[in-house]
Write a protein that binds this ligand. Structure first.
Ligand code: LLP
Length: 420
């Protein structure tokens, strides 16, 4: 059994395992990940874009098991730090299947990536070319990240395609950067890259980016005499956190992007490049569910239902105003008949997991709440604020639960405090 269902006792069943059982065995809060859903998301991309390289953006969530699942499903892996390189290597991902990103790659990041023999490194600025070239032992394939000047209509903190933000090279400066890379005999320029943002809802924004990027490939050919064979359009495909969110049209996205590329290539007489994309959130978000235990219920201006986690395991509402769906699980109850604020345990008024959600009026301390769609940018962005240990991450599937990352203990929290 896979997927998420509610059984006759009001219990949530995740990958065939009851939420009450998961909470009893692993404690709360606990991040639960449905392996079959992660694998299915990878396959959906492979089916939608046959022939394209689907590179999972591991910043969304990376453990050795997740790296193994996605690569077994035919995806490559994107990383952005020495730490992510280390997990990928320990998971047995072949170096040539890994791409390194970053607007400020440190020498340690670069050395770790080169040691792992990564397939590609994405150059983000003119300044890093010399530093990279000095470290490359043999020959390294690289892409150049460009700012395509496309607004992806998402939260400003995760808008990365517009001119005034920190990532990539402006189109007006691209030819110079291309020449600087070409002047380094140990760097092999393979193509261009862009990433317009995250939680991007409109496939048409990708279409615009695809057209601009093909035009830039043609401009590089015309101005620098180089015909580059790879085009990577980054990730960012939106997921549905709440019922008001639209469903991202994956088939429509794939169609629009491939048609736009083919049309522009034909118009500019440019050979069809090999397409790559880098979805992160849309591979893992839906597979995740977080279980919390209610600690207190307070009736004030609003009803505050406080749980045993909060902004340390889910900083997204505080950072982006991100909305979530919450449901009471583990027992039969009234239908949700009251609007409440589900808040965390941290010492800030902004520690609100969901400010206005329907829950049954009989919610009480000890109850179990499930927050949906927590697979992306939760575990990977968790902190130990207030010295609350980070929760465990548990994989479910086929009726079994399997601990992937254990919860952070007091000993873990104390281990780095070495200044007696
Ligand atoms: N490629 C590059 C170069 C990226 O920077 C990112 C995400 C991705 C791909 C994957 O984007 P995705 O498909 O996951 O949207 N912490 C934020 C999201 C930050 C995204 C950072 N870069 C959040 O929780 O909404």
């Amino acid at each position: 059994p896979t997927g998420t269902t509610i059984d006759a006792h009001g219990d949530l069943v995740l990958g065939g395992v009851r939420a009450t059982e998961l909470a009893a065995r692993f404690g709360t809060p606990v991040d639960v990940l449905d392996e079959a859903q992660v694998r299915a998301a990878c396959r959906a991309y492979r089916d939608a874009l046959p022939g394209a390289e689907i590179s999972y953006a591991s910043k969304a969530l990376l453990t050795r098991a997740v790296a193994r699942w996605v690569t077994e499903e035919g995806c490559a892996l994107d990383v952005c730090s020495a730490g992510e390189v280390a997990v990928a290597v320990r998971a047995g991902v072949p170096g040539e299947r890994i791409t390194l990103h970053g607007n400020a790659k440190t020498p340690d990041d670069l050395k770790a990536a080169l040691r792992a023999g990564v397939g590609r490194i994405v150059i983000d600025s003119a300044g890093e070319i010399e530093q990279l070239a000095a470290l490359v032992p043999g020959r390294q394939q690289v892409l150049i990240r460009v700012t395509p000047e496309v607004d992806a209509h998402t939260h400003t903190s995760i808008t990365t395609g517009v001119a005034d933000q920190k990532f990539g090279v402006l189109p007006s400066m691209l030819a110079d950067v291309v020449r600087a890379v070409a002047a380094r005999p140990n760097l092999a320029l393979a193509g261009l890259h862009c990433h317009i943002g995250s939680q991007v809802r409109r496939p048409s924004d990708y279409e615009t980016a695809a057209r601009r990027m093909v035009a830039l490939l043609a401009a590089v050919r015309d101005e620098c005499g180089m015909t580059l064979g790879q085009l990577n359009l980054g990730g960012g495909q939106a997921v549905r956190y709440v019922t008001d969110d639209p469903e991202f049209d994956l088939a429509g996205y794939a169609r629009r992007v491939t048609v736009a590329i083919a049309y522009e290539c034909d118009r500019l007489r440019f050979p069809l490049p090999h397409l790559g994309i880098e979805p992160g959130r849309s591979i893992v978000a839906r597979a995740g569910t977080t279980l919390y235990r209610v600690v207190s219920v307070k009736h004030g201006v609003r009803t505050f239902v406080a749980v045993d986690g909060g902004m340390s395991d889910n900083p997204r509402p505080a950072l982006y105003g991100a909305p979530y769906t919450v449901r009471l699980v583990g027992r039969r109850s009234r239908t949700p008949d009251r609007r409440v604020a589900v808040v965390g345990r941290h010492c800030e008024a902004g520690d609100v997991l969901a400010g206005d959600v329907p829950l049954p009026g009989d919610v009480h301390p000890g109850d179990l709440l499930a927050v949906a769609c927590t697979g992306a940018y939760h575990h990977s962005m968790a902190s130990s604020y207030n010295l609350v240990g980070r929760p465990p991450l548990v994989a479910v599937g086929g009726g079994h639960a399997n601990l992937l990352v254990r919860g952070e203990t007091e000993d873990d929290l104390l281990a780095r405090d070495v200044g007696a």
